[in-house]
Design a protein around this ligand. Structure first.
Ligand SMILES: NC(=O)C1=CN([C@@H]2O[C@H](COP(=O)(O)OP(=O)(O)OC[C@H]3O[C@@H](n4cnc5c(N)ncnc54)[C@H](O)[C@@H]3O)[C@@H](O)[C@H]2O)C=CC1
Ligand SMILES: O=C(O)[C@@H]1CCC=N1
Length: 269
């Protein structure tokens, strides 16, 4: 049976998940959302998606079987203050915040699932890592699996890997968009019209992503297929290598993971 889902915090990632769930056939009346800024944001969410909204987080909890906590890490304590989760499942997508810390905020043994989706949830193409806290069961994990698999792929992982996952796939879409920005700027700088550069870059990234997914081939194999010996691609790749492209990407994942840990520590979690 379809679970009733309540969102505490309705910013970017909550909106992406809501849209993804609705596209996947989820019924709008099964979704309720609340937010700190209650007026404009909730009006927008209600008008755009037809889901229920409430100014009262307790009402959201009462109307839900699963609660998705989608507030910034620094706001989790405030967001969960004065509510009773009872026998519902609490799914947190907050970067860095552990199931142990969240569970510790309640007197009862709350069933907590930690999830790290990304904004491609909006088009059903997220990859979401999930793990269960101490008091959540395998059934609870399966329940979360079902919800997130309707908006993309799901990986069940040990919680110790979540900072890395956050730095790789949670933040990852931004790296790809940044790559697109860089390609477009390079095209323009080299003399292309902006619209043309954008169209070429967007479809190149999309085509490469579809190739990866549909062929299941190793990316290095696909890269070699583009790279004629002594040709243009080889010259381009050598320019990337000489400027430490892989190290740059490693640093991005490392720094984002470090920040995930730092946000946890900054609230004493
Ligand atoms: N944006 C992304 O791509 C992803 C974000 N996350 C995590 O999701 C969480 C939310 O991130 P975003 O949606 O990007 O942030 P956001 O700032 O867009 O949304 C957070 C929302 O929480 C609301 N809020 C703050 N305190 C609240 C409270 N006490 N009660 C109810 N609502 C409250 C704010 O009004 C805001 O609309 C963060 O913890 C982040 O680490 C996880 C995966 C991906
Ligand atoms: O930037 C952030 O902190 C969040 C977590 C993963 C993606 N966005």
């Amino acid at each position: 049976m379809e679970k009733r889902i309540g969102f505490i915090g309705c910013g970017n990632i909550a909106e992406a998940i809501i849209k993804g769930l609705l596209n996947a056939g989820y019924v709008s009346k099964m979704i309720t959302a609340t937010n700190k800024e209650k007026t404009e944001r909730l009006k927008y969410i209600k008008e755009t998606y037809g889901v229920q909204v409430s100014r009262d987080k307790k009402e959201v909890v009462d109307n839900s079987d699963l609660i998705i906590l989608a507030v910034k890490p620094k706001d989790v304590v405030d967001a969960l203050r004065d509510i009773q989760i009872g026998d519902r499942i609490l799914i947190s997508v907050a970067a860095g915040i552990t199931t142990e810390y969240l569970g510790g905020m309640f007197k009862d043994n709350v069933r907590v699932i930690r999830a790290m989706p990304n904004t491609s949830s909006m088009v059903g193409e997220s990859v979401t890592a999930i793990c269960r806290g101490r008091f959540a069961s395998d059934d609870d994990l399966n329940c979360a699996y079902e919800v997130f698999s309707s908006i993309g792929e799901v990986a069940i992982l040990d919680e110790e890997y979540f900072d890395i996952v956050t730095g790789l796939s949670g933040s990852g879409p931004a790296y790809i968009y940044y790559m697109m920005e860089a390609l477009v700027e390079a095209g323009i700088k080299s003399g292309l019209d902006a619209g043309v550069a954008q169209e070429l870059a967007r479809q190149t990234i999309f085509g490469a992503a579809v190739m990866l997914k549909k062929t299941g081939e190793d990316p290095s194999r696909l890269r070699l297929n583009v790279t004629s010996p002594g040709g243009t691609t080889m010259a381009g790749i050598m320019a990337l290598e000489s400027r430490g492209f892989k190290e740059i990407i490693y640093n991005a994942v490392y720094e984002a993971s470090r920040r995930s840990k730092e946000m946890r520590e900054s609230i004493g979690a």
